[in-house]
Design a protein around this ligand. Sequence first.
Ligand code: ADP
Ligand code: MG
Length: 408
Amino acid sequence: MATIEENVIGIDLGTSNCVCAFFENGKAEIIPNSEDLRMTPSFVAYTDKKELIVGQVAKRQALNNPHNTFYSVKKLIGRSNKEVDINKLQLAYNVLAENGLLKLDCPIMEKTFAPEQISASILQKLKSDASAYLKEEVKKAVITVPAYFNDSQRQATKDAGKIAGLEVIRIINEPTAAAISFGLDKCDNETILVFDLGGGTFDVSILEVGDGVFEVLATSGDTQLGGDNFDEKIGQWLIKRFFEKENIDLSNNPRAIARIKDAAEKAKIDLSILQSIRISLPFICNIGQKAKHLEETLTRKDFNKLTENLVNRCREPISKAINDADLIISDLKENVLVGGSTRIPSIQNMVESFLGKKPNRSVNPDEVVALGAAIQAGVLSGKISNVVLLDVTPLSLGVEIVGDYYPT
Ligand code: ADP
Ligand code: MG
């Protein structure tokens, strides 16, 4: 167990974004990174000068440096080439199988990296930014993983921490971390549903919660469904509209595509609060000497129509998780929303109508997992006392008990 003086940070090591938090004065708080952002994109790149860059800067240059920019590494960590068909991966960088292990090819460095080495680069940035913010070297962390992660994926996540110089004192399940930060540990044996829609993945978990014990009863989801798909729909719509108006196909123009991708994500985010938005991409391409501009208006109603199928794809995993847990909808006492994409109003409406109950949205959905990890860190480092948090994943999900019993 850590000593009282030591800072133990909580880390949500996400597929798209990472968030770091710590516990102080009875409360979990987000640690902003060195660019003063509360979230660090899970991107790592080597530039043409062989310089390592991480986070927002790496994400920004991704489309100009596709073979040396690594992202969505969480989908590969701790997995063998038997589990992942490398020919079916739709990633801009190359993944190789070396002695049964997955390796990420980095042409500029003329070497390959294990997924945990790339995750370690992200963790190293989080560690160093947190140390600067807290004015003390951070050496220990609680890191979250999806509930369905098996032993090998959990171990590889721990290894990534070790490479980054962090002792991972506990790995906890993301839905458990979310439930902790919603304060659901005080529940009296209730079953809850955690709906987590991130950037590239969808996870739904059913938890039994009571007296500080969190048991994952079932998990389901879709590893190919997330906010990126919503961006793509807007992007495809913009390309189609431009073709209809100008008879110019932008899909072969990488510079235009990069700008459309950014604009699409921004449009989606704005539509979470506005009913209608204007997308303006001046000088999107040139025809001869003449510059062309892309100008469109997108309403929330049209966005909902474009993305209706994506929203509906969330339904089946919810039903499956409830069935696998041997429950019916009315058994669920609470449903909580996690992940940036649950800010999309049509997602909130679908969950509410499907489960017949307003989701609990009292904590910021993209920070909730990191905050829960920080509370767990607070319990483990002795700051918070008289609390026992036990995170249990049944054997049927491929893992034994996660975490030990810490009497207070
Ligand atoms: P992950 O857990 O996969 O790392 P996050 O929980 O950080 O991901 O979610 C990232 C996704 O959330 C991105 O697709 C991003 O565009 C989306 N997102 C963030 N804010 C909003 C918003 N206000 N409205 C809609 N989508 C959002
Ligand atoms: Mg997440």
